[in-house]
Design a protein around this ligand. Structure first.
Ligand code: GLU
Length: 307
């Protein structure tokens, strides 16, 4: 009998263009790239430009340029979520037609009065002049369990902890949860590797995959990096973009944040050399399974941020 084809590894890095590439995003980019290369897989970049009010003009292009400087380039054309509204609309219509999604006029303050979690509408069904949000109907006791490749067994009762998931916001913009599920499936992503800040979004993404009859990829959530002051480096720390003019120190720091031995890269003096060494020496088993790692301990005074 012919052996069935082994499904090929397809990973991705999916930044939102809300600022320049910072160290936490470089870690997600480099970590997902290393895991894809380790599996002889394909690595894609997708721009998640769904939220114009939070986006910074030119940030997507600067992020792509910075990735190029770090030697991390998409193996296929970059997908932009801003071009995919029609697909999201069709998916939403299907969910509405099957009564798996519903229109909701509850405002944040309506929900705050009932504990902040949507289980049933508390606002009037129509509010003149206001668009409803569209939510996924989450059944009571929707407990989702999955095995994260870094963090191990995870479980969440989505009904209790999250409630009915917003798929299209009341301001008309698509919710990240809908777009990420649709696009991971459309791009045939087998392995989602990203920062641990998205670990608790995963169960709701799995529920949505089930509602849409889509496969669930493997998940691996990388530790978040804490700054020297113990605070998370987040996209809003716009003061800390990595410096694409000096890619080597930032790549070395990201390598260490991924638990890898610094000595493995010693001697590499160009980006291609460093990436070749990294690819050859990478050991996924060394990635910390803790929620965070500290940047202070690893960059040894190297200047990795832009001025
Ligand atoms: N666009 C999301 C972010 O930048 C990441 C989405 C994902 O990796 O699933 O936080």
């Amino acid at each position: 009998m012919p052996t069935p084809p082994v499904p090929s590894y397809r990973g991705r890095f999916a930044p939102s263009p809300t600022g320049d590439l910072h160290f936490g995003s470089l870690l997600a980019a480099f970590g997902s790239w290393l895991l894809a290369r380790h599996a002889n897989g394909t690595w894609l970049v997708r721009i998640e430009d769904l939220d114009p009010p939070r986006e910074v003009a030119g940030a997507a292009e600067r992020q792509l340029r910075a990735l190029r400087a770090f030697g991390l380039e998409s193996d296929e054309p970059v997908l932009r979520q801003s071009q995919r509204g029609e697909i999201y609309r069709l998916v939403l219509e299907d969910l509405l037609a099957r009564d798996l999604a519903f229109a909701c006029h509850c405002s944040r303050s309506d929900l705050a009065a009932v504990g902040g979690i949507h289980r049933r509408c508390v606002a009037a069904p129509e509010r003149p002049g206001r668009m409803p949000a569209i939510r996924l109907r989450v059944a009571d006791h929707s407990v989702v369990a999955f095995q994260d490749r870094i963090r191990g067994a995870q479980t969440q009762d989505v009904a209790h902890d999250v409630g009915d998931v917003v798929l299209r916001r009341a301001d008309g913009y698509w919710a990240y949860q809908l777009a990420v599920v649709v696009d991971d499936a459309a791009q045939g992503i087998s392995d989602v590797v990203r920062g641990a800040d998205l670990l608790d979004s995963t169960p709701r993404q799995i529920l949505l995959q089930r509602a849409l009859g889509l496969p669930t990829p493997h998940y691996a959530h990388l530790p978040l990096v804490l700054g020297s002051d113990g605070r998370k480096l987040s996209k809003s720390d716009a003061a800390l973009p990595v410096d694409p003019q000096r890619p080597l120190p930032a790549l070395r720091a990201a390598w260490q944040a991924l638990g890898q031995a610094p000595a493995a890269l010693s001697g590499a003096s160009t980006v291609p050399q460093l990436l070749n060494r990294a690819q050859a020496e990478f050991d996924p088993g060394r990635i910390a399974s803790t929620p965070t790692v500290s940047l202070a301990a690893m960059h040894n005074g190297d200047f990795i941020f832009a001025d």
